[in-house]
Design a protein around this ligand. Structure first.
Ligand SMILES: NC(=O)C1=CN([C@@H]2O[C@H](COP(=O)(O)OP(=O)(O)OC[C@H]3O[C@@H](n4cnc5c(N)ncnc54)[C@H](O)[C@@H]3O)[C@@H](O)[C@H]2O)C=CC1
Ligand SMILES: C[N+](C)(C)CC(=O)CC(=O)[O-]
Length: 344
């Protein structure tokens, strides 16, 4: 099997068609579940020149999705659209089966509920053409726990994005116990062809990599709010005016290597290693009781200072693009399906 060959197709009515193409040859993707993340994926794939078919069972799903794509399009234009990319290449399907019938890749972004994911991935597996890889956006369920209802679980992978998927490059890719490793390789190669930065994991790790790191920070933030040690504004400022500025250009490891001066990480560890034993962190999750819930929600309302969610999304998109541009990380406009296609 080559590095990026699709997993082996299995028999069955929906599995009778041709296997998935090479990752770079994909033209048609299906997005199932079209909320914050599914809609963000739709916007990303459209901007990269793919034909996208979406399905979501909510009554208001289509107008909501089109609003999200319209709101994201100016930012995507600044990033650089692939040749031929157009929001008009979005089709909203009436059924799940219709959405995936012609798909060469499927991205599932339904609510984070294990039973729902199991059932949905089973249905997607039954309806999606043979050999086509199906990825879940789950924030933390191991694929092993989600692939239980699928007849051909070998093609099911986790493709965990970051919000919004049309701006934040990272995707974490990992399979489950019954996933064919070729599907993991194929998915990673596909996401790269689609302009994403990919971490491919060779085993299931709770919370993947980035969410595990984020959760540690988030848990400590909640403890500090619950105990009155910091306000929501303090928490946000501590990152945006502090480590967050460095983390956009260098990760926590190299950042701390510089804390060791000319001695680098070795001196940093000799100097500050002992303080790891100091009780700075509280490790266990705090009780998310009503008081903490209300304090965090009210704190965010206060921090928004009259800005609506739409205002904040526009502000975030503008500033993330500035950071990507300033650090030379704007994705190539040519990546994706659109290369060689006619510009519209
Ligand atoms: N919100 C975030 O920051 C991130 C979320 N994720 C993951 O993405 C997935 C989706 O999360 P969000 O977009 O935030 O949720 P959301 O609530 O914004 O959207 C979920 C969508 O799924 C639809 N839906 C409900 N039942 C469905 C079904 N049976 N089949 C297909 N669609 C169905 C809903 O109508 C809704 O539009 C979750 O697995 C979540 O963990 C991943 C990264 C970041
Ligand atoms: C809040 N969250 C756990 C759903 C966040 C993610 O999964 C990734 C992100 O966008 O930070």
């Amino acid at each position: 099997m080559t590095e990026t060959s699709a997993p082996t197709p299995s028999a069955g009515p929906a599995h009778a068609s041709a296997p998935a193409p090479a990752p770079a040859d994909v033209r048609r993707v299906a997005c199932v579940g079209a909320g914050v993340i599914g809609g963000g994926w739709v916007a990303h794939f459209l901007a990269r020149g793919y034909d996208v078919t979406a399905w979501d069972p909510a009554a208001d799903a289509e107008p909501r999705l089109r609003r999200l794509v319209d709101a994201a399009w100016p930012a995507l234009g600044q990033l650089g659209l692939a040749p031929g990319a157009s929001a008009s290449r979005l089709t909203v399907a009436a059924t799940l089966e219709e959405a995936v019938a012609g798909a060469q890749f499927v991205q599932e972004s339904a609510p984070e509920k294990l039973e729902l994911k199991r059932e949905l991935l089973g249905k997607l597996d039954a309806a999606t053409p043979a050999g086509v890889v199906i990825a879940s956006s789950t924030s933390g369920y191991p694929m092993t726990d989600m692939q239980t209802e699928a007849d051909t679980p070998g093609r099911l992978v986790v493709g965990h994005p970051f919000n919004p998927p049309y701006l934040i490059p990272l995707v974490e890719v990992v399979g489950g116990e019954r996933t064919d490793p070729a599907a993991v390789r194929w998915a990673s190669a596909f996401y790269e062809a689609a302009g994403k930065s990919v971490i491919t994991m060779d085993r299931e790790v709770p919370g993947f990599i980035a969410n595990r790191l984020q959760e540690a920070l988030w848990r400590e933030a909640l403890h500090m709010v619950a105990n009155g040690e910091a306000t929501v504004r303090d928490i946000d400022l501590s990152i945006t005016e502090g480590p967050g500025l460095r983390w956009a250009v260098m990760g926590p490891m190299l950042t701390f290597a510089l804390a060791g001066g000319e001695g680098g990480m070795a001196h940093m560890l000799d100097h500050f290693g002992p303080s790891l034993k100091s009780p700075w962190t509280r490790l266990d999750a705090p009780e998310l009781d009503r008081a903490l819930y209300d304090a965090v929600v009210a704190g965010c309302d206060d921090a928004a200072d009259g800005r609506t969610i739409a205002d904040l999304v526009a502000e975030r998109d503008r500033d993330v693009i500035s950071v990507l541009r300033a650090t030379g990380r704007l994705p190539g406009a040519g990546s994706g399906a659109g290369e060689g296609a006619d510009a519209e």
